[in-house]
Each structure stands twice: as structure tokens, then as C-alpha cells.
Ligand binder design. Structure first.
Ligand SMILES: Nc1ncnc2c1ncn2[C@@H]1O[C@H](COP(=O)(O)OP(=O)(O)OP(=O)(O)O)[C@@H](O)[C@H]1O
Ligand SMILES: [Mg+2]
Length: 274
């Protein structure tokens, strides 16, 4: 059966597949080399004409009204849009946390829309890292233990210490969340999301609860992960200037994509202000 074949490919963790952890074609995986072009290639993940209608009693809420969107290997995309425009709905559907009312979501050629719960769980666990506005760390566990919760359940993860080093928290590994600042807690959450080496990192307002300077530090970590690991990344934000650090900026309004802009010269997060 085609689905089974495709899904086996989708959920394969065979790291011998050279496409699995491929660097972005522009070589931007090298730390510090300025990224001047958007990575291209076959989409890792795509949404085709998706709609999402929430039925609230007699009223239908059209959260998404025909969105077609793709994430390409190694790219960093920023999603903008007013409150209620459908950003979180789109991200949740891409991440297999929610399903569309109609349309298809394809991950490396496998159709997530026809996946069952077990397959979606596997997709989320093995291929997607999530970062939310609130860090969702377990208060009674240290930074290292919070990351280890995830690395214990996937194949070929990074060591928790390596993931924490990657986000600049090598000195804070044995701190509990209450002993860390908000920005540091968010960096632990990012370490937790990337330690399983996901193909895709989905971030819903990762700087929403942080002050400007701390927010810039967190964005810098996301860009670092995108470059170092080549992780395809989507970031939702309310701060339009954050788009300047992305390869591509996509704007939603009323459940539709209303603009899409490629950014040939992504800025360093330290150059941003909002
Ligand atoms: N579970 C739900 N039940 C009913 N309506 C919902 C649900 N989730 C979202 N909506 C509606 O769908 C629309 C899109 O919501 P969504 O959360 O995607 O917006 P958003 O762009 O992320 O907004 P914000 O910037 O405020 O987070 C809104 O009108 C919202 O009220
Ligand atoms: Mg939202």
C-alpha cells in the first residue's frame, strides 16, 4: 500500500539517508557565515489549500481559509499577522497537533492528513520540535533533566549537555527552572526541542514573554540552531522587524496568506529593534 511505503519513509530515522540531515544548499550551516540566499529544494513540509473551521454552536469560525504554504530544507521563515489571523492554527496543523478541516499536509511526501493518531504521535515525537511562548519546563527537574526527558524517548538524540551548550547554557545545566531567568528558561525549552534533532522547529511567539534584549538573545539562539544544524524553522511573532532575520516573511490576515517576501540579506538578530 502506497501510504505504508511513504509513511515508512516519513518516519525513518535512518541517518544514512544523506537528505536527512542535509546542510542548507547555500552552506549556511557553517557558523558565522552570513546567509545571503534563501535555502531552496523540495519542501520538507507543505500545506496545500488547508482550511480550518471551528464550529462554535451555530457559528462557524474560519480560522484558515485556503492556505498553501511550504517549508524548504534549512530555511528560517517568520510568520506575521494580527491576533486571530490564524498563525497558531497553521503552526499547530503543520506540527501535527491539530488537523485541518480540508486540504492536505505533506511531510517528505507522506500525507499527514490521512495519518492515524499513532503515526501523528510518531511524527511529532521524531521530526518536530516545538517552542511556545511559555516554556513548559518541569519545575522539579534541572535544565539537564528537562532536556533528558525528551532525549530518552527518541533515537540518536544529542546528549542533553550538548544541546544546552548549543543554546549557551553550558554553565547552567544543573539549575532548576526557578533558578533561571525567563530567557534562560526559553533557551532550555529550545535545547529540549532541538536535542532530538528534529527536521523542523516550530516556534509560536518564542519571545512573547521576554523583554527586548532577552528576546534578541533567544532569536540569536534560534538562528544559531538553524545555521548549525540546518533545522528548518518557522517562527511566529507579533514584532514585524523580527522578519528581517528570516529568509522569508509570510503574513497572514483573516486566515489567508496575504503576502510573502523573500529576504536576500537576513539581518543578525543583534541588528533588530522593535
Ligand atoms: N479551539 C478553538 N475553537 C474555536 N475557535 C478557535 C480555536 N482556536 C482558534 N480559534 C479561532 O481561530 C482564529 C485564529 O486563531 P489563532 O489562534 O490561529 O490566531 P493567531 O494568529 O495565532 O492569534 P494570536 O496572535 O492572538 O495568537 C481566531 O478567530 C480564534 O478565535
Ligand atoms: Mg497564536
Amino acid at each position: 500500500m502506497l501510504w505504508v511505503h511513504v509513511w515508512t519513509h516519513v518516519t525513518s530515522r535512518d541517518n544514512k539517508d544523506p537528505s536527512e540531515n542535509a546542510a542548507p544548499p547555500n552552506g549556511s550551516r557553517v557558523s558565522g557565515s552570513p546567509t545571503t540566499q534563501s535555502p531552496r529544494g523540495e519542501p520538507v513540509l507543505s500545506a496545500e489549500a488547508i482550511t480550518k473551521i471551528y464550529r462554535m454552536g451555530d457559528v462557524d469560525v474560519h480560522a484558515l481559509s485556503g492556505v498553501t504554504f511550504a517549508l524548504h530544507p534549512g530555511e528560517l521563515v517568520v510568520l506575521l499577522g494580527a491576533s486571530g489571523s490564524g498563525k497558531s492554527t497553521l503552526l499547530n496543523i503543520l506540527g501535527g497537533l491539530d488537523t485541518p478541516t480540508s486540504g492536505n499536509v505533506l511531510y517528505r511526501g507522506g500525507n499527514l492528513t490521512s495519518a492515524d493518531e499513532a503515526q501523528l504521535t510518531r511524527y511529532r515525537r521524531e521530526h518536530v520540535g516545538f517552542v511556545f511562548q511559555f516554556y513548559n519546563l518541569i519545575p522539579s527537574l534541572t535544565a539537564r533533566e528537562n532536556v533528558a526527558l525528551v532525549t530518552d524517548i527518541v533515537d540518536s538524540p544529542m546528549a542533553p549537555a550538548e544541546a544546552l551548550e548549543l543554546v549557551g547554557l553550558g554553565e547552567r545545566m544543573d539549575h532548576f527552572p526557578a533558578q533561571l531567568s525567563g530567557g534562560e528558561q526559553q533557551r532550555v525549552a529550545i535545547a529540549r526541542a532541538v536535542a532530538k534533532r528534529p527536521q523542523i522547529l516550530l516556534c509560536d511567539e518564542p519571545t512573547g514573554a521576554l523583554d527586548f534584549r532577552t528576546g534578541v538573545r533567544v532569536l540569536d539562539v534560534l538562528r544559531h540552531v538553524n545555521r548549525e544544524l540546518g533545522t528548518t524553522t518557522a517562527v511566529i511573532t507579533h514584532n514585524a522587524p523580527v522578519g528581517e532575520m528570516a529568509h522569508r516573511i509570510v503574513t497572514l490576515a483573516d486566515g489567508r496568506i496575504v503576502s510573502e517576501r523573500r529576504n536576500e540579506k537576513p539581518k543578525d538578530p543583534s541588528e533588530l529593534s522593535w
